[in-house]
Design a protein around this ligand. Structure first.
Ligand SMILES: *Cc1c(COP(=O)(O)O)cnc(C)c1O
Length: 365
């Protein structure tokens, strides 16, 4: 089936294991985040086989899918629960990241009604301006959470680098540690979980010059799945960057002119071709042009990398046109494309892209 995402689970296991090892040496546990894979139980299994302590997911329907898929490990809902979904959250997730008292109160009632205990991590806003309680409001907030039955305050967390691109550093991480110490002293408790952030925290966490303070937990998706640092998308040393390949089939392969001819208006997606047109009487320069059965309906094409020897020339809803290089591709051949985070997310959520999970190299096609 094509287009198809080939997912090398063995590479995900290895990436998870490598980061679990490096962070373990710094006293930091890893929650493996499956949200870019729509909560794939197979990917969750690979993360757990690599040694992550828990699974993170952003959507309750995906958490439910993980449970149906047999995942029994601790699952953390990494997006704040919706008020309308608290019953489902308490039923399927063990812990959630929270920043609204009304929602924690609803989680508390739901947990009490279900005879369960739900873990709450209070998110603190440390500069990136997405979710989180303002630090000045934290003590009052914590006091109210502690008074609720059915929920336990598991700890504090923060999330940077997503909304504004604020880099996790010694300053904001020390601020989180200070808040933890302050809350513990004020309320005479010990917080077991201090979740410093996501894949963008790795540079800070693995730099021996930084004191990790009280941070003992990170929630990692992209770094494990794609092997790169989301701050600059550079590959992380020692990790596989090719656990995911988008496979698509060649539907046309021909020698054609390099330059279009005729008069030009907008393309299918509103751009205008620049460069020289082919005029009558010009010498016709030819090239190998390949069309692949892949389009904007399937994937974020800006986020794919053509296989070696090919270059992307353009795309529309269902066609991807490639510079075929010197060696003409055969019709029916499959080409494998690399994906970035945006492309992975789109391909995983596209009904037209199938998935194939592999534990080693694909068979010869
Ligand atoms: C998505 C998300 C993560 C994981 O982010 P990566 O960059 O994929 O590591 C962690 N925490 C929260 C709150 C998230 O929304």
């Amino acid at each position: 089936m094509s287009p198809r995402l080939e997912i090398r689970l063995d590479r995900i296991v290895e990436n998870a294991g490598t980061l679990v090892g490096r962070l373990g040496a710094r006293g930091i546990a890893v929650c493996g985040v499956t949200k870019a894979t729509q909560g794939s139980p197979a990917v969750a299994g690979a993360l757990l086989a690599g040694g992550v302590g828990s699974i993170g997911e952003s959507r309750i329907e995906n958490v439910e899918g993980l449970r149906r898929g047999g995942v029994t490990a601790e699952v953390m809902l990494v997006r704040g629960p919706m008020l309308s979904q608290v019953d489902r959250v308490v039923a399927s997730a063990d812990v959630s990241l929270n920043s609204e008292l009304a929602i924690i109160e609803a989680l508390s009632s739901a947990a009490a009604a279900q005879g369960r205990t739900h873990g709450v991590v209070v998110m603190v806003e440390l500069g990136d301006l997405r979710e989180g309680v303002m630090p000045s409001e934290l003590p009052g907030f914590v006091e109210r959470v502690m008074a609720l039955r059915g929920v336990t305050l598991r700890g504090l967390g923060t999330n940077l680098a997503c909304q504004s691109g604020v880099v996790p550093d010694a300053t904001n991480m020390a601020e989180l540690t200070e808040l933890v110490v302050g809350v513990e002293a004020r309320f005479g408790l010990a917080l077991d979980l201090v979740s410093g952030g996501n894949s963008a925290n790795l540079g800070w966490a693995l730099d021996g010059a930084n004191d990790v303070g009280r941070i003992n937990h990170l929630r990692l998706g992209e770094a494990i799945l794609l092997g790169c640092d989301p701050l600059d998308r550079a590959p992380i040393e020692g990790l596989h960057t090719d656990a995911f390949h988008l496979m698509a089939e060649v539907i046309e392969s021909k020698r054609k002119p390099v330059r279009p001819r005729g008069s030009l208006g907008q393309t299918a997606f509103g751009t205008v071709t620049t460069g020289q047109l082919l005029e009558t009487g010009d010498a016709v320069e030819m090239m190998n042009r390949v069309i692949v059965g892949l389009g904007r309906q399937d994937v974020e094409l800006a986020g794919i990398t053509a296989p070696p020897g090919f270059g992307v020339l353009g795309s529309s809803s269902d066609h991807l046109v490639l510079d075929g290089g010197v060696e003409p591709a055969a019709v029916g051949a499959e080409l494998g494309f690399g994906v970035d985070y945006a492309a992975l997310l789109r391909a995983m959520s596209s009904p037209s892209v199938t998935r194939s999970f592999l534990w080693g190299p694909a068979r010869e096609r």
